[in-house]
Design a protein around this ligand. Structure first.
Ligand code: NAD
Ligand code: 6OD
Length: 490
């Protein structure tokens, strides 16, 4: 089974790739060069409907398939991604512009881990049961039977395309669901390659369908307005999440939303300087700041403010922007020119708000070959406060504002002063304080002396504008299944 016809990235419906239509296509741009590297077939409403029909048909037999057989397919898929590792790395890097080293270490490695972990989690899952005491020495047995949610719409963004897709598809399939996935229009490649892998792993036709396109008026809207969806799992911006929620509200479907963030780091004066600077550098600049968990607000205790600011600037200068194919490159471009314009808008706003630019603030000269790419300089500011829009709104680029604080209470108040609530990190050698402050963070995930260290069995998600619900481990089991409680009078 192969997806690659050279120029075309095709839709995958009911176990086969669909012949592309020249009149319904869009360009796939390499963010590092600005050059078109493929054409993508845009799915229309009819094709989305075919995908939904195929998924519905495949659902019954799959949900009745023993769990060990379903999870065996996931394990084979993990093995096949491993066999085709470099192909996935190239496809992910070409779509996103991220360095191949990062795609290897993060995206493709995590796709494999997602399949294996959720195979383990679902294979080991039990069910809730309660022995209920009744008057007169009688009892009742309550037990909950978990059934698949059904046909699940999976909508993902462009920043970690394969990681986020497999994070949803693996548990959904293991739990006995069928999926129709809509990758981001910017990054259609690896979702399409995954169709080959899942078919080769023995996944029956109709259980994994890929429809390409945009949001409104395109595949995203066709999918979310389809009457056949039983649930939606969505990762993307808060604004789109809210829109999708309104779309599915009349049909009262379950949603899982992993949305934007404006994440804080709190650095206390007793923190290990080297460890903190290494962690902060990753958390601000990883994937060119395009990770929902990235830190854009760094609160630093006043006595170490200068050390942290100087150290971060020094480390920002060691980042190596360059061709994603160069093994020495640490930092790729932003995803698109459109996104770069948004980030540059915040650069201007920061200056108008009186920010002092410690480093960056512009567009780098990348030489003729990369001149058409959406490159941006890693940027650090001081002189801003929580009142400034730059400190309140998600920018989603390699940027952070450094803000001083004096007391623990002040740091907690500053970090929690946001409409978002995805992630935070706390840097201190005082572990009691680390636990205390991490627990006080109004977020879904808080780290102490580290960042983006993930155990896939732990709950992941956000509060406020950062989302609804949790996925990961048992939380995924809960989202991708519906319990029927059976009460037996013994
Ligand atoms: P986006 O919201 O623009 O798009 C996300 C997906 O939704 C894309 O596939 C897009 O085509 C689709 N979409 C857009 N409009 C739609 C509509 N009307 N109906 C159905 N689908 C629609 O987000 P993006 O720019 O691709 O990604 C960046 C955002 O994602 C950032 O805000 C980032 O914080 C967030 N994000 C969050 C997490 C998390 O786990 N919380 C992870 C990654 C990214
Ligand atoms: O690590 C994960 O499971 C996850 N969902 C990461 C999301 C990162 C956002 O860009």
């Amino acid at each position: 089974m192969t997806a690659d016809t050279g120029r075309w990235i095709r839709n995958f419906v009911d176990g086969r790739f669909i012949e592309p239509d020249e009149n319904h296509s869009f360009d796939n741009i390499d963010p590092a060069t600005g050059l078109v590297h493929a054409s993508v077939h845009e799915a229309d409403a009819t094709l989305v409907d075919r995908a939904m029909t195929a998924a519905r048909r495949a659902l019954g037999p799959w949900s009745a398939t023993p769990v060990r057989e379903r999870t065996a397919v996931l394990r084979r898929a993990a093995d096949l991604v491993e066999e085709r590792f470099e192909e996935f790395v190239s496809a992910e890097s070409a779509d996103t512009g991220k360095p191949v080293s990062l795609a290897r270490e993060l995206d493709v490695a995590r796709a494999i881990a997602n399949f294996r972990t959720f195979a383990d989690v679902v294979a080991a899952a039990g069910q809730e049961s309660f022995l209920t005491d009744l008057p007169g020495g009688h009892h009742a047995l309550n037990y909950a039977v978990r059934k698949p949610l059904g046909v699940v719409a999976v909508i993902v963004p462009w920043n970690l395309p394969l990681l986020l897709l497999t994070w949803k598809v693996a548990p959904a399939l293991a739990c006995g669901n069928a999926v129709v996935v809509k990758p981001s229009e910017e990054t259609p490649g690896t979702a399409t390659l995954l169709a080959e892998v899942l078919a080769d792993a023995g996944l029956p036709a109709g259980l994994y369908n890929v429809v390409h396109g945009f949001g409104g008026g395109s595949a995203g809207e066709h999918l979310t307005t389809h009457p056949g969806i039983d649930g939606v799992t969505f990762t993307g911006s808060s604004a789109t999440g809210a829109h999708v929620m309104r779309t599915v509200a009349p049909r009262v479907r379950p949603v899982s939303f992993e949305l934007g963030g404006k994440n804080a780091a709190i650095v206390f004066d007793d923190a290990d300087l080297e460890e903190t600077l290494t962690g902060l550098t990753r958390s601000v600049f990883a994937n060119t700041g395009q990770v929902c968990l990235c830190t854009e607000r760094v609160y630093v205790q006043r006595s170490v403010f200068a050390d942290i600011a100087d150290g971060l600037v020094e480390r920002a200068h060691t980042l190596r922007l360059g061709s994603p194919l160069d093994e020495a490159t640490t930092t790729g471009p932003l995803i698109s020119q459109k996104h770069r314009e948004k980030v540059r808008g915040y650069f201007e706003l920061a200056e108008r708000s009186g920010a002092k630019i410690l480093t960056g603030g512009g567009v780098p000269d990348m030489g003729a070959e990369l001149a058409g790419g959406s490159w941006i300089e890693p940027t650090l500011w001081t002189g801003l406060t929580n009142k400034d829009r730059v400190v309140r709104e998600e920018i989603f680029g390699p940027v952070a504002a450094l803000i001083p604080f004096d007391t623990e209470e002040e740091a907690i108040a500053l970090a929690n002063d946001t409409d978002y609530g995805l992630a935070a990190s706390v840097w201190t050698r005082d572990l009691r304080r680390g636990h205390r402050v991490a627990q006080a963070m109004n977020v879904g995930m808080a780290w102490v002396n580290t960042w983006f260290l993930r155990d896939l069995r732990s709950p992941f998600g956000g509060v406020g504008l950062s989302g609804i619900g949790r996925e990961g481990g048992e939380s995924s089991l809960h989202f991708y299944t519906e319990p029927t409680n059976v009460c037996v009078h013994l």
